[in-house]
Write a protein that binds this ligand. Structure first.
Ligand SMILES: Cc1ncc(COP(=O)(O)O)c(C=O)c1O
Length: 386
């Protein structure tokens, strides 16, 4: 039997929870109806399931069900939020603010708008990955229509101060969007207390199915306008046309409900596992460096750089036993150093020699032990020229 490497890449994706699969299955076969079919029981059954899921997801972030717009994932939700607001508020202003460490699903739509004539400010972060709020405040202008700052970073796990950002934007009547793809089900999210106007979500980082996500769009205080990016049958209050996909929607809501039920205990467990992994690595590898704020981060995230080792060789050395990610991303045929790590001030070589560990619900103490040992042994072998 081939041994699978230990899965420590929970920021990339997570396995589907079997309870989620069970909840989804009837909606592929027995209840296959189109939720938009209002004239018969097949449609009603699917619609009832979608309504319940919408309510569960809204509850998870303290929103109203009509404020949830289903999308194919967080990439689409980010695109809809950013392009949709830019288009709808064109007459008010053309200035958008985001942050250097955002996911490309935020940065790229922003750059696209810049190419169309919008003005874009990309704020730097501090060396711990946190946004400097004085820099944000200084960047806000009367013609700023949108500030987009992620809830939790997908590489370094850093949690941005959403409530402070929300208050700052709210005071100035500027819309605040947050990409919470990595945060939902892991850290508390409250669109009311955090004064969030738009929030992107996805299911597959929280043991739900791939290909489903949502955009929260505030309806009151203020009512956010959004220009649809997909036109058609007028689904989702006209903001996102396309037949809804009940199995995925039911699975998404179930996954989030499961995660919320154990959020506190799981957060505590993962924090302990991550701290143990980090202590073992620190003890075993002299000079190893933690990337991102030590405390203001996702419980299951550890991002470590090892000065003086070749990043590619490190990743190859780890691959047989560990499924982890490196501080680089494939862009076409070339490997580019991570823009997130570069934004923290790391040089290219150190960014390459960085490993992201994503601990998740299935991660055990034995796996963390094994991962730490294998990491330390691999680094030592490389340092000795092995
Ligand atoms: C922070 C962040 N935003 C957006 C995405 C894209 O999400 P999806 O895969 O649902 O399109 C991801 C996933 O990689 C992510 O980590």
């Amino acid at each position: 039997m081939v041994h699978q490497p230990i899965y420590l890449d929970a920021h990339a994706t997570t396995p589907l929870d079997p309870q989620v699969l069970d909840a989804m299955l009837p909606y592929f076969t027995e209840h296959f109806g189109n939720p938009a079919s209002v004239s018969h029981a097949y449609g009603w059954a699917a619609d009832t399931a979608v309504k319940l899921a919408r309510q569960q997801l809204a509850d998870a972030i303290h929103a109203d069900p009509e404020e949830i717009i289903f999308t194919s994932g967080a990439t689409e939700a980010n695109n809809l939020a950013i392009k949709g607001v830019a288009e709808a508020y064109f007459a008010k202003g053309r200035h958008i603010i985001t942050v250097a460490t955002e996911h490309s699903a935020v940065l790229d739509p922003c750059r696209y708008l810049e190419s169309l004539g919008f003005e874009l400010t990309i704020l730097p972060v501090q060396s711990d990955g946190l946004l400097d709020l004085t820099k944000l405040e200084a960047a806000l202008r009367p013609d700023t229509v949108l500030v987009s700052v992620m809830a939790a970073n997908n590489e370094i796990g850093v949690l941005q101060p959403l409530a402070d950002i929300g208050a700052m934007c709210g005071d100035r009547h500027i819309l605040f969007h947050t990409d919470a793809a990595q945060a939902i089900g892991k850290v508390p999210l409250n669109v009311q207390t955090m004064k969030i106007h738009l929030m992107s979500l996805t299911a597959h980082k929280v043991y739900g199915p791939k290909g489903i996500g949502a955009l929260y769009v505030r309806r009151r205080n203020p009512r956010v306008q959004l220009a649809p990016q997909l036109h058609g049958g007028g689904h989702e209050r006209g903001m996102r046309s396309g037949t809804l996909y009940p199995p995925q929607i039911v699975g998404f809501a179930k996954a989030v409900a499961i995660a919320l039920a154990s959020q506190d205990s799981e957060s505590h467990r993962l924090t302990e596992l991550r701290q143990t992994l980090w202590s073992k690595i620190q003890q075993g590898v002299a000079g190893s460096k933690l990337n991102g704020h030590p405390i203001q981060r996702l419980p299951g995230n550890l991002n470590v750089s090892v000065p003086g080792v070749d990043g590619q060789a490190l990743l190859v050395g780890l691959q047989s036993k560990l499924a982890v990610s490196s501080g680089s991303a494939c862009t076409s045929a070339t490997m580019a150093p991570s823009h997130v790590l570069m934004a923290l001030g790391l040089d290219q070589e150190l960014a390459y020699a960085s490993i992201r560990f994503g601990l998740g619900r299935l991660t055990t103490w034995a796996e963390v032990d094994c991962a730490a040992n294998h990491f330390v042994e691999t680094v030592k072998a490389l340092q000795q020229g092995g």
